[in-house]
Design a protein around this ligand. Structure first.
Ligand code: 3UK
Length: 512
């Protein structure tokens, strides 16, 4: 890929202003319930916000700006307003509460905030706790002269973008905290353009007529890329849904004629029963990331909708997807190959590449990479120029990367290495299992034993007894090596998850 960037680069100018300058201002850009903005209209909103930030809120380049709201047009306009003004966008998950928000505000030294009025109470409580956060305005407020919209009306629709360096930071991403502590990573204007030039161009291969839709929050770099940056990098359009559960996504496909969808494996499973309705929509490309896509979910979606899912592993640290595959290269159970522009390999504890077929630690490098605010963490994550993502992978003889587990989720029982997700996949194939999570728990004899937490499917809700546990154990022994079966089984009503839907295994460890 062409990854040479000029010394001066503002990614907002490339993703937004460029389309208007080159005559595509009337093309559709943002769709949401009751709203449709062209590129020119989004540009005007973003320019007004940039003017408010600079003239009314005293923003100077380098200030960190909290963006707090669900996926809606004002969130996107605000993101571009901040970046145009040379600020650093720090988007936070709408589910966060005041305490978590103020932690983020303190770690990121946030001074300014643009928040959705629906989240006003939490935002204001966070402001009380974080003294550096002094400037806050709310959007989506009807008839309030102090609202962001009211200030925007007074502001000029023109704005000269701040002449940022390609290596100036434009966003801070917070990891979702599967281990409990949020970590902040920096990304430059150049990084945003680099991710647009790699995976979307070489793997996704969408075009300007595509309509993107998806569930991940914009505050999650998966959502920011998939639903905002990637469509805009090719002059396509996005559908923004504040609530994007399986049902809303399905309705969104019908209502807006979306063609490219980004969501996670759980959501594909939930939508799969509605294959006939989905086949009647314009949906043509489906992307899964955030957690491993097992072979059965891939097969289920394919048989239901006719569409082969594009799987991809990405991370907040790397900004977006670095191992993936095109639809026609899909291999059930594999994540894919290194995205053009990136290199990936599997290494041992000493950093040496292991042979094909051997499980080891995933190491990646490319045009984007991890820059934690915290130097100690940084040293652990980036070693010898390679980013260690914390995932256990193996590469097969054909160069496909096959996910095993988070490195911490490899269970060692009586000397055997067992990857938790493999046992989970085996359990998921049983009709009584809606969701499950597997961990290793201490055991005097075997070191660790495999323990499964199981959420039963609605039809089996009342049957969480010993007989069911036994049946599930036998079922697993039929499909994977018997030593991997869960010796302990616990039925639970739900599993602990982060705001991005990731399993919080540490909470299960605590509960065991
Ligand atoms: C796991 C996957 C197997 C893996 C993300 C796409 O998930 C994203 O970022 P996070 O920082 O988490 C990163 C970790 O999640 N993971 C993600 N995708 C897959 N495991 N198969 C996959 N396809 O453990 C990884 O290290 O929350 C995903 C784009 C941007 C992102 N930030």
């Amino acid at each position: 890929p062409e990854l040479q960037f000029p010394e001066h680069l503002n990614c907002a100018a490339e993703l937004l202003d460029r389309h208007v300058r080159e005559g595509r201002g009337d093309r559709p850009c943002v769709r949401a319930p009751g709203l449709s903005w062209s590129y020119a209209q989004l540009l005007e909103q973003a320019n007004r916000i940039a003017n408010v930030l600079v003239n009314e809120m005293g923003l100077v380049p380098g200030n960190r700006v909290l963006l707090f709201g669900p996926n809606n047009p004002m969130m996107v306009a605000s993101w571009f307003g901040v970046v145009k003004a040379g600020g650093i966008a720090v988007a936070a998950m709408p589910l966060l509460r005041a305490k978590e928000l103020s932690t983020i505000a303190d770690i990121a030294r946030i001074s300014h905030a643009l928040c959705d009025n629906a989240l006003r109470a939490e935002a204001e409580a966070a402001m009380q706790k974080s003294p550096a956060l002094t400037q806050m305005r709310f959007f989506n407020v009807p008839d309030d002269p102090r609202s962001l919209e009211a200030l925007m009306q007074q502001a000029s629709p023109d704005f000269t973008n701040v002449d940022t360096a390609a290596t100036d930071t434009c966003l801070l991403g917070f990891t979702s905290g599967t281990t409990g502590i949020p970590k902040a990573t920096m990304h430059f204007h150049r990084d945003v353009m680099a991710v647009c030039a790699c995976w979307p161009r070489h793997v996704l291969q969408a075009n300007a007529d595509d309509v993107f839709i998806g569930s991940p929050p914009i505050a999650f770099t998966f959502g920011l890329g998939g639903q905002v940056l990637f469509p805009m990098s090719i002059g396509a359009s996005m559908v923004l849904l504040e609530k994007a559960g399986p049902q809303q996504l399905g309705e969104g496909l019908e209502q807006y004629g979306a063609t490219v969808m980004f969501t996670a494996p759980t959501s594909y499973r939930a939508m799969a029963p509605y294959g006939d309705r989905i086949r009647a929509t314009r949906l043509r490309k489906c992307v899964s990331a955030g957690e491993a896509l097992n072979a059965s979910t891939r097969a289920l979606w394919k048989s239901s909708t006719g569409i082969e899912i594009i799987d991809g592993i990405g991370s907040t640290e790397m900004l977006h997807i670095f191992i993936s595959h095109r639809e026609d290269e899909a291999r059930p159970g594999a994540t894919g190959k290194a995205v053009p522009g990136y290199e990936a390999r599997v290494i041992d504890e000493d950093g040496n590449e292991v042979a094909a077929g051997t499980v080891g630690r995933l190491a990646v490098r490319g045009p984007t990479g991890c820059r934690y605010l915290d130097d100690e963490r940084q040293k652990k994550y980036v070693q010898g120029g390679w980013n260690l993502t914390g995932d256990a992978y193996l590469m097969d003889a054909d160069g496909y990367f096959i996910y095993q587990a988070r490195t911490d989720d490899m269970i060692i029982s009586a000397g055997y290495n067992i990857a938790a997700p493999e046992v989970e996949d085996a359990l998921m194939a049983h009709e009584a299992v809606a969701e499950c999570a597997v961990i290793g728990v201490p055991d005097a004899e075997r070191g660790q034993i495999v323990k499964a937490f199981i959420v039963l499917a609605p039809a089996f809700k009342e049957r969480g007894d010993d007989a069911m546990a036994k049946a599930l154990q036998e079922f697993v022994k039929q499909t994977v090596a018997p030593y991997k079966y869960p010796r302990a089984v616990q039925f639970v009503a739900q599993l602990p998850r982060t705001a991005t839907g990731k399993l919080q295994r540490f909470k299960l460890h605590e509960a065991s």
